[in-house]
Design a protein around this ligand. Structure first.
Ligand SMILES: Cc1ncc(COP(=O)(O)O)c(C=O)c1O
Length: 395
């Protein structure tokens, strides 16, 4: 701890160089694998993508993994594969990135927001139940920060109303719930391999499922809705038939080479993230007005974010805290501006501020502190010192 003045109020910044809230970690071995892929026969989707998909399916303990260009396009494919269409309603959380809701909007369906359980900071099954209508087609829950949503409760609601479930697991790759990998729950789950996520391919995403029919549809949609070996044309190897409007969401062998090599360090990434979280939890245990991320006994999350909530007793509000931590050269961020605050969702679907009180209350305090596998002990200490000295200055 320190009596120094925080940089925001005239003191010296704790760091000279900026520390981001998230960052990739790329090893020399991973760079070599990428170069090797560049020298291969395929630099678009080829055997390395197949190998990456198989490895992810194995890790998540599902039958199928379909790689795509981002978490966003993975959500789009999942929505299309589930058959979302205009007139359908898809229930999701307002406390998420826009892409979660676009699983519905890209397909012409309507995103219906339901309020969050403030402990997990994501969909509350009872709030979901209240939003169900005859038009409800699906639920798209999101594992905020990597901590699992109430999987049991949400599956119960889905069972009661025969709804499809697409888990937005973009934050949660590498974690487990009830000894089951996150992503193994029905019907589909979606991962992101953006650089700030738990594992990266630069840009990239994946849909996983146990359902053979969904997997077939996902693969076809990813690649132009093209049937490359249609019935009745076995002796015409060039013959291909487009069966609808598909996309080019093909990921490259170059990206898959990076992804495959990153998976070799998945355990090491998780260990380092867990060490940082333990250090933060211990250091912040007696900081009044600072709520640390949820913990649970039946899950082993791989946390993507370390999002704290700044309450009144902390001494200054969230805006002041973010600006003060930025002044220390700590690139803290807020996840997320609730979707019903965005002009698109207000103008297109009539949402207004005030509609989701728990989401809004939690949002008011949220700040994501730096958390990534490249952080060394000094980085962790800088964050802890900055938070302590800000709190002490104000109390
Ligand atoms: C919860 C959530 N869903 C979806 C996405 C979209 O993933 P991508 O950036 O890979 O398109 C993100 C990315 O930030 C996210 O945080």
């Amino acid at each position: 701890m320190t009596d120094d003045l925080p940089a925001h109020y005239g003191g010296e910044p704790i760091r000279e160089n900026a520390l981001g809230y998230g960052s990739q970690s790329i090893s020399e071995e991973e760079k070599r694998e990428v170069v090797e892929a560049l020298e291969g026969d395929y630099i678009t989707r080829g055997p390395t993508v197949d190998a990456f998909e198989e490895r992810v399916a194995d890790l998540v303990d599902v039958d199928h993994a379909i790689a795509t260009t981002s978490g966003t396009t993975a959500l789009h494919l999942a929505g299309r594969a589930a058959g979302f269409d205009s007139g359908d309603e898809v229930i999701t959380t307002p406390l998420t990135f826009v892409s979660t809701a676009h699983a519905a909007t890209y397909c012409g369906a309507t995103p219906i927001f339901a309020d969050i359980d403030p402990y997990r900071r994501t969909l509350d099954p009872d709030a979901v139940r209240d939003r169900i209508t005859p038009e409800t087609e699906a639920i798209v829950p999101m594992h905020y920060g990597g901590h699992p949503a109430d999987i049991e409760g949400l599956l119960e609601v889905a069972d009661e109303h025969k709804l499809t479930v697409i888990w937005d697991a973009c934050h949660a790759f590498g974690g487990a719930w009830n000894a089951e990998p996150i992503g193994a729950q029905r019907d589909m789950a979606v991962f992101s391999f953006h650089p700030v996520k738990n594992v990266t391919t630069g840009e990239g995403g994946m849909v996983v499922t146990d359902d053979n029919e969904l997997a077939k549809r996902l693969r076809r949609l990813r690649s132009f809705e093209m049937d490359y070996s249609p019935e009745g044309h076995r002796d015409e190897p060039w013959y291909q038939v487009s069966k609808g409007v598909g996309y080019n969401y093909n990921v490259t062998d170059i990206q898959a080479a990076l992804g495959l090599a990153q998976l070799n360090r998945l355990e090491a990434f998780k260990t380092r993230r867990d060490e940082i979280i333990s250090a933060y939890n211990a250091a912040f245990a007696d900081v009044s007005g600072l709520r640390t991320p949820p913990e649970s006994t039946n899950s082993d999350p791989m946390y993507h974010l370390y999002a704290v909530e700044i309450g009144e007793e902390f001494g200054c509000d969230r805006k002041e805290s973010v600006n003060a931590l930025h002044a220390e050269n700590l690139g803290v961020q807020v996840h997320y501006v609730p979707l019903h605050y965005h002009s698109y969702f207000q103008e297109e679907f009539g949402y207004e501020r005030g509609a989701f009180p728990e989401t809004e209350r939690v949002y008011e305090g949220l700040v994501s502190l730096p958390l990534h596998a490249e952080m060394d002990d000094k980085d962790v200490e800088d964050v802890i010192t900055a938070v302590h000295r800000l709190h002490e200055y104000h109390t």
